[in-house]
Design a protein around this ligand. Sequence first.
Ligand code: HEM
Length: 266
Amino acid sequence: MSLKFASKCSVSYAKLVNFMLQKKHIEITSIFIFFSLLIAGTQIASAQEINFEVLQAPVIDGIINSGEYNSSKSFGSGAFELSWELIDATSISIGIVAQTTGWVAIGFDPTTQMQDADIIYAWVEANGTVVIIDAFSLNPTGGNHPLDTDLGGTDDILSYNGIENATSTSIEFTRLLSTGDENYDKNIPVEGEIDIIWAYGASDSFSEYHGGARGSSIITIGTPQQTKTTTQENPSTTITDSTPGFQGIFLLISLFSLALVYHKRR
Ligand code: HEM
């Protein structure tokens, strides 16, 4: 809603209140203003709620702030932190922070050990280049996990970013819940549980064994697992709703009119 339209509405509202006062309908005017205040107040509360949601969408910049995602789980005594959040009913953002400067990976829905896991494998090179690979594990052990594209499938990472420091690697990416790559990607449910495996290695390599730095778990999609905070790197870029401004003006004019009513009454 434009500010011009908002101020026109507010002026008409003030004129109406003034007209009612001239006609000496003090009680009716008071009730009218009271309900106007109530409506404006409720609208402000709900408009702020909308912005709150928008503000907190994870930003795929490689930096995973505490409270940026609505779900996270820690593995390997905190050495591997997985975060996830649905962007909408069809796509998901995933973040990984692992205590390594080497590769990190997550695999969805394996059948036996690593077998048939839909693996996302990534690392950050010394010059900052992020390498991320949509892969598929063909065996239960041994690291036979070719790229989907080499198997005849498709690369379905939609966006990604990552950074590393002296001790850890942080990767963020998005993908569709159902990518359409039926053979080499697993469907992530919009609501419910999915089995995962995780691992990380000591160097930037697609073939290096993880040793003991691996594990399996179950995560819940769709139901937030933690409370988000407003901490965000660049929240202002996503705010588009200007309605609180309009409702604020309306609220002020209603309050002013109320004061006028009581002034005339005395
Ligand atoms: C080059 C890469 C890889 C190699 C050489 C490799 C090798 C192996 C080997 C030899 C085992 C059996 C011994 C053990 O339990 O440690 C194993 C198990 C395992 N790997 Fe990998 N792996 C690789 C990549 C991955 C990736 C990318 C993941 C996760 C996304 C992963 C997750 C696991 C898990 C969870 C197990 C234990 C499975 C179980 O016992 O239930 N591995 N891997």
